[in-house]
Design a protein around this ligand. Structure first.
Ligand SMILES: Nc1ncnc2c1ncn2[C@@H]1O[C@H](COP(=O)(O)OP(=O)(O)O)[C@@H](O)[C@H]1O
Ligand SMILES: [Mg+2]
Length: 391
């Protein structure tokens, strides 16, 4: 059912008249976020005349990436071409005048038709979620986290997961998993317009039964030829065939990383307990704020989170202004698992680090991930925080 964002009750009553029975109204953008989290099937957000244009544009920009099947309809007392252009660029589907009840009814109907078409019959076509693992520093554990998180998400094959290595010059996902890819993302160069799931399937490498990898090119100089369009088309196509697309990145805001972050639903930010890394992570988070990337969907992973280095977890949280979602301590078994090509989540599933990666996966899915000696029924730790629909 449509959801209206409008603090003024008279305006709400006017807007509701133009909509199907059962439409819901919230007073603020924050309430809207909570509503959408609980309503994975929502198809339209109507932003009322009291919502400031900047705020409305912000909502549209966020939803354009995070909930592409939700249409935004903007209601204004009046509007000009400049406003229309700005709204359309932000991803607003329709702008209607407050007193034009008929136009609003039609806009909501169009949103419903679009939603039904995108989801297919009986909602069959569900899009997977893109989870990007990022840090502005190298060597902090991005690849370790990507690989183990992807394996934890796949839960032994219960979910379809594709791990994409976007560290295009020095990607080491394949070697970390002891894979020997015959194809990589490099083989999509030149075929950008033909990228779809069927085409990409020929470029993927399987890791045992549970995970699929799109490897980085084998030579660093190929990086120049992998365009942002190629990357975004690849991620969009993979969403159609996988429940989760996990993206490992290089330690900088290069074009590949920025493109992935633009497509991202959930972002895992990796930090370690040293001042230079924390400083750079803080700058990176501020940049992500400016670019409106994954706001409200960032999860801080503290790697090598050992007590004896003089910076506490509380201090990290206050420096970075966000809670630590998961911690992994320094462990010889992690380094050894990388060297052996068997990620710790499958090599030593009972290790505390493996549990941390499963906890992180649980945060993404809202469902517990089985480890040794646990069962879905007995863990009962489903937090539901990110149990957003994949629509
Ligand atoms: N918590 C940890 N304890 C011990 N070794 C670790 C830990 N996290 C990562 N490593 C090791 O550090 C190295 C760099 O990690 P990696 O994940 O490749 O970092 P990045 O991708 O950020 O450059 C790898 O050899 C990995 O095994
Ligand atoms: Mg790496």
């Amino acid at each position: 059912m449509p959801v209206i964002v409008e603090p003024d009750s008279t305006a709400v009553a006017d807007l509701q008249r133009a909509q199907p029975a059962g439409s819901h109204a919230v007073g603020t953008e924050d309430r809207l976020t909570a509503w959408l989290d609980q309503h994975p099937d929502e198809y339209v957000v109507v932003l009322g005349p009291s919502i400031a244009l900047d705020a409305a544009v912000g909502v549209a920009e966020d939803l354009r990436i995070q909930r592409p099947t939700v249409s935004i309809v903007l209601v204004r007392d009046e509007f000009d071409t400049e406003l229309l252009t700005r709204a359309m660029h932000a991803g607003v589907r329709d702008v209607v005048r407050r007193d034009d009840e008929k136009a609003l009814t039609l806009a909501v109907e169009r949103a419903h038709q679009l939603h039904a078409a995108l989801r297919g019959p009986a909602g069959a076509r569900r899009l997977g979620r893109v989870v990007t693992v990022f840090s502005p520093k190298g060597g902090v554990g991005k690849t370790t986290a990507s690989v183990n998180l992807a394996l934890a998400l796949s839960d032994g094959g219960a979910r379809k997961v594709c791990l994409v290595d976007l560290d295009l010059a020095f990607g080491d996902v394949a070697i970390t998993m002891q894979l020997f890819p015959t194809h990589s993302i490099e083989h999509a160069v030149g075929s950008e317009s033909a990228i779809d799931l069927a085409m990409l399937e020929g470029l993927l490498t399987r890791h045992e039964d549970s995970l699929t990898v799109l490897a980085a090119p084998s030579h660093p100089d190929v990086r120049e030829r992998i365009t942002p369009a190629l990357i975004s088309r690849t991620l969009r196509a993979l969403r159609e065939g996988f429940d989760y697309v996990v993206v490992d990145t290089s330690p900088s805001f290069d074009d590949a990383t920025l493109t992935a972050l633009d497509e991202t639903d959930e972002c895992v930010v990796v930090a370690t307990l040293d001042v230079p890394t924390l400083k750079n992570v803080k700058v990176a988070l501020e940049t992500m704020d400016l670019l409106r990337i994954a706001r409200g969907h960032r999860h801080l992973l503290l790697n090598r989170a050992d007590d004896a280095v003089g910076i506490s977890v509380a201090k990290v949280e206050s420096i970075l202004g966000m809670p630590v979602a998961a911690r992994v301590t320094t462990a010889m078994e992690i380094a050894a698992s990388t060297n052996a090509g068997t990620p710790i989540v499958i090599g030593t599933p009972q290790h505390a680090a493996s549990q941390s990666f499963r906890d992180l996966a649980e945060l993404m899915t809202g469902q517990s991930v089985d480890g040794p000696g646990t069962s879905r029924a007995s863990t009962g730790r489903s937090r539901g925080l990110f149990r957003r629909g994949r629509n």
